[in-house]
Write a protein that binds this ligand. Structure first.
Ligand code: UD1
Ligand code: UDP
Length: 360
């Protein structure tokens, strides 16, 4: 049985790696397809190298661009690819434009579609991801929902496909790669600060809004603990456009890095005093037994409420004053969360492979 495994951006590569290896172990034939939405070495190929993934079987080169055009290009290229290769099933992961493009193309060609990480909802319609994930869920034959919450949401929306609870494959990734990260990463010796918080920002509704971007810069510069900031290319572009890049570069409170690979990222997460982010995946990773870290989510909402309830994540909004207050309060009395991860035990990839084998 041939399964087309669709990736396009950094988090999809990380979260699909455990699925890819589990499919191979289950003696299914995974075919790795890369849309090309992320293309810089450090946003894409670096993860293939570190995670031990083979070169993609096809690289579709959709690149960057207006969201509608990027999605349309993904539909067009995936449609041709699925029509030529006739896979038994297509798997997409998450909520990017690549996912929506892959999902629509699979539907048009009439190939079975599975959605990994189905059923997440922020109910924040400013987010392009909210639209992508809803549409992908309603196009799917198989919905691999990470938690009880996501299963309940999907059943409440009366999706057509079959819903399974599997955990999130990012927990598999953290557990599989943390030992390697501890052996191979030297980033902690290179950042030049002993105590630090890890920061990442890239959500369009945050960094494309100049007022929120300024608020983020304010938090970085005034945080009670120095911030290590691996910079996403979207954020890099916005900081330059708003003439804020130099301010961040020159701040004694910020260690600015290019986007880092997965081994360095795991090492930074593990060693940090806390994390502040608007990332989706990092909220989940923080709950992994391999990481266990407090995360301040600098957003107005989250589609990961389980991580909040388990005591790992706190949604602190996007105004710098209350965010800084929350950071100061935490640094006076830091506590490592202890509850089990709501995203499973690290076997989500294997569960997905075995469910596919039984159900297709
Ligand atoms: C995308 C996803 C987002 C996901 C994120 C993961 C959508 C709508 N958004 O956001 O859900 O959280 O990936 O990181 O699909 N760029 C480069 N080099 C690259 C890739 C991008 O320089 O390799 C720059 C380009 O200027 C581009 C911008 O980053 O216009 C944004 O890239 P894009 O893929 O459109 O969205 P992301 O912000 O990366
Ligand atoms: N990540 C990484 N290097 C970085 C920033 C993030 O390896 O410089 C990893 C992070 O650990 C997580 C994934 O990339 O596994 C999250 O990607 P991102 O935040 O870009 O997207 P999101 O999860 O918000 O869709």
């Amino acid at each position: 049985m041939t399964v087309s495994v669709v990736v396009g951006t950094r988090p999809e590569i990380i979260k699909m790696a455990p699925v890819y290896f589990a499919l191979r172990k289950a003696r299914l034939r995974p075919v790795l397809l890369h849309s090309g939405q992320h293309y810089d070495y450090e946003m894409s190929q670096k993860f293939f190298d570190e995670l031990g993934l083979p070169e993609p079987d096809a690289f579709l080169g959709i690149g960057s661009g207006r969201p509608g055009k990027q999605t349309a290009d993904a539909i067009d290229k995936f449609e041709q690819e699925f029509a030529n290769s006739s896979p038994d099933c297509v798997l997409v992961e998450g909520d990017t434009n690549t996912v929506l493009g892959g999902a629509i193309a699979a539907m048009k060609v009439g190939v079975l579609l599975g959605h990994v990480e189905a059923g997440l909802r922020s109910y924040d319609l400013r987010m392009p991801e909210e639209l992508n994930r809803r549409l992908a869920d309603h196009a799917s034959n198989y919905l691999f929902a990470p938690t009880h919450d996501s299963v309940r949401i999907l059943k409440g929306e009366n999706v057509w496909g079959k819903v399974f609870r599997t955990g999130n494959t990012v927990i598999d990734a953290t557990m599989r790669y943390m030992p390697k990260a501890e052996r191979k990463s030297s980033i902690i010796n290179r950042i030049g600060v002993d105590e630090f918080a890890l920061a990442t920002f890239h959500r369009a509704e945050n960094v494309d809004d100049p007022a929120i971007l300024r608020s983020i810069v304010d938090v970085l510069m005034n945080s009670p603990v120095p911030m290590v900031l691996p910079l996403h290319p979207r954020t890099d572009a916005r900081l330059r456009e708003e003439s804020l890049k130099k301010t961040v570069e020159q701040s004694d409170n910020v260690v600015l890095l290019p986007p880092v690979g997965y081994f360095d990222m795991l090492a930074l997460m593990k060693k940090s005093a806390f994390i502040i982010t608007d990332s989706g995946g990092i909220q989940e990773e923080a709950t992994s037994p391999a990481v266990r870290k407090r995360v301040f989510v600098m957003r107005k909402s989250t589609e990961r409420p389980e991580a909040v309830r388990a005591g790992y994540c706190k949604v602190v909004g996007t105004n710098s004053e209350p965010v800084l207050r929350a950071l100061r309060l935490y640094t006076k009395n830091p506590k490592t969360p202890a509850l089990p991860s709501p995203y499973g035990k690290g076997d989500a990839g294997e569960r997905i492979a075995s469910l596919l084998k039984k159900n297709i």
